[in-house]
Design a protein. Structure first.
Length: 484
């Protein structure tokens, strides 16, 4: 079969999308080639399934005809005048039956009816009364490749004489010639029919499945090479089958990817601009911080109060710049895991979070709990949570308690950080882990929880808000545990 080109794609685009590879690999690796090989395999299998039974049936009919002709010759010998046949009459009857010798079994008696002389050639037996179809097929293959000069002994029950057995010896050469001639005709006609049927099947499958799949593959490759080119987005054919739906989904996915890439480029450009602005702004704020520090030490109470407020405002501005730059860095690298003692880590984190004497700290984490985590990233995760808790407790006038407890759950260490602060406001809960959106306090950036969750998920864990309210807030950190 000759593969037809995909008329939906220009030749240059088709070559660009699916570069050819020379040799047999092109036929084996390509979908049209695989379809062609499968079709040819089915054609040959169908020919084999038709050829052998049909040829065996032809051989069986040929031998049955020889047995019937021998039976008629035996009947002719029975009615011969005087009950005896001359040598010429025997030769004539044997030639008419195309036989070498004829005998029969009647009423338990074996009777030699016609005989032309000694039989010295190789003799092959075939009993039509008992042979199965598998035996007939095997004997047919044997006839196809039989050496010349063999004789065939046929035993059969004549149609006109039930219970009688005719035993005839014939030359195998005529049968072999007849089988070869039948095979040539059968293979010719069956082959033509199979090729036509295979061509129709191949063309149908090619146009229904192969060509649309090649179009899909070509569209994917072209889009990958230049996602910014809108002309490389596939145009769905509108078919209502699975391939048509795949084309529509691919078109939507390509459009979404283009939009995401454009948005990413714009965000990257914006991030670069923000980084430059932040750098300059931090220098400006540093100068303002020096001035505000001097104002905060003035003897005039009003000036000193304004200076203190200015110091706090400048500090918030500096923290916002630092948090923005930290969040805008490249994605975190993979964690360098090693054993980390959870209890000691939490004590260190609470110290770095700036806990003071009016906040009670309770560390109920077991001494033997060891995390399988990056020490620096685990410290950052817990520090963000504890720092938020300390800030919430400082803004509250009630009982100030910060505690931690842990347990093993499905091979993960679940560390719960609990505080008795005022709880997370309702307006902040929906976007609690979104950067610049989920801050629960005035002046906050909302980056701490977002960074903590990102780092925890990099370990295969997570950070969740378990409960919050007037009685306090509980956050849960899930990190891998050693031996989990």
């Amino acid at each position: 079969m000759v593969q037809e080109p995909d008329t939906d794609l220009p030749a240059a685009q088709a070559e660009d999308a699916l570069p050819p590879r020379p040799g047999i690999g092109t036929l084996v690796d390509s979908l049209p080639g695989q379809l062609l090989l499968v079709t040819m395999g089915l054609i040959f299998a169908g020919l084999a399934l038709v050829y052998f039974p049909a040829t065996a049936s032809f051989r069986l009919q040929w031998m049955s005809d020889r047995a019937e002709a021998a039976h008629l010759a035996a009947l002719a010998a029975d009615v011969a005048p005087g009950g005896a046949l001359g040598e010429d009459e025997v030769r004539a009857l044997l030639m008419g039956a195309d036989a070498v010798a004829v005998s029969r079994v009647r009423e338990g008696m074996n009777e030699l009816v016609l005989y032309s002389g000694p039989i010295e050639a190789q003799l092959v037996d075939s009993d039509l009364r008992k042979a199965s179809w598998m035996t007939h097929i095997a004997d047919t293959v044997d006839v196809l490749f039989a050496p010349p000069g063999r004789l065939l002994r046929i035993r059969a029950e004549p149609m006109g004489a039930p219970g009688e057995t005719i035993d005839v010896i014939v030359r195998e050469a005529p049968l072999q010639a007849a089988v070869h001639d039948f095979s040539r005709r059968l293979l010719l006609y069956a082959g033509i029919g199979a090729i036509l049927a295979g061509a129709v099947i191949y063309a149908a499958l090619f146009y229904l499945f192969v060509r649309p799949m090649r179009r899909l593959a070509g569209a994917m490759v072209r889009f990958r090479r230049d996602p910014d080119d809108p002309a490389r987005i596939i145009h769905p054919s509108g078919a209502r089958n699975e391939i048509g739906r795949a084309e529509a989904e691919l078109a939507r996915m390509q459009a979404d990817i283009r939009q995401a890439l454009h948005q990413r480029e714009r965000l990257a450009a914006l991030g670069g601009a923000v980084a430059k602005i932040n750098h300059d702004l931090r220098n400006v704020l540093a100068s303002a911080h020096l001035v505000s520090d001097r104002l905060a030490t003035e003897s005039d109470e009003r000036v000193r109060g304004m200076g203190e407020r200015l110091v706090r405002a400048v500090d918030r501005g500096i923290r916002l710049c630092e948090a923005t730059l930290e969040f805008g860095r490249a994605e975190e690298g993979p964690p360098a895991r090693r054993p980390v003692a959870a209890r000691a880590l939490l004590d260190e984190v609470v110290t770095d979070a700036g806990i003071d004497g009016d906040i009670a700290w309770t560390n109920a984490v077991p001494d033997d709990l060891v995390l399988d985590a990056d020490p620096d990233q685990a410290h950052r995760i817990l520090l963000n949570l504890c720092r938020n808790a300390v800030q919430a407790l400082r803004a509250d006038d009630g009982n100030k308690t910060l505690s931690a407890q842990a347990r093993i759950e499905d091979g993960m260490a679940v560390i719960e950080i609990r505080d008795t602060g005022p709880g997370v406001p309702v307006r902040a809960r929906e976007k609690l882990f979104q950067p610049f959106s989920g801050s629960a306090r005035k002046g906050g950036t909302g980056l701490g929880l977002s960074i903590a969750r990102e780092l925890a998920r990099g370990h295969g864990g997570d950070v969740d808000l378990l409960e919050t309210g007037e009685a306090g807030t509980v956050f849960a950190v899930r990190l891998p545990a050693m031996g989990g």
